[in-house]
Design a protein. Structure first.
Length: 115
């Protein structure tokens, strides 16, 4: 998942680390856009016992999941999500307006990251 410099700084601060130490330990290198490393099973490096260890400082991409444009574009895609995320349908219920806002935020973030 792509992360901004501001998100990296926030995550590093939450772990009481310098950004210069955080990046090699938790981010991929060699790409134009930094991404968080993954565990061998493909899960986020910060996922432990099915919980996010940096929940309050998680990146926007995590904050807006599962309401990403590609997930809400069809019933078919939406129905595939519980297979990859056991938390689907187990948390807060979102209004249509809240979902629209989250999708908009993710679209704007994605657009800005492509520039």
């Amino acid at each position: 998942m792509a992360v901004s410099e501001e998100e990296i700084e926030n995550m590093a601060n939450s772990l009481n680390m310098e950004v210069s130490d955080f990046i090699p330990n938790y981010c991929t290198s060699g790409t134009a856009k930094r991404t968080l490393k993954e565990q061998e099973n493909g899960a986020c490096i910060f996922l432990e016992d099915k919980r996010c260890t940096i929940y309050e400082q998680r990146p926007l991409q995590c904050r807006t999941f599962p309401f990403w444009p590609e997930n809400v574009k069809s019933d078919y895609r939406w129905k595939q999500l519980p297979a990859i995320c056991p938390g689907i349908d187990k948390g807060k219920k979102y209004s249509f307006q809240e979902i629209e806002l989250l999708v908009k935020m993710q679209r704007e973030y994605d657009r800005d990251r492509r520039k």
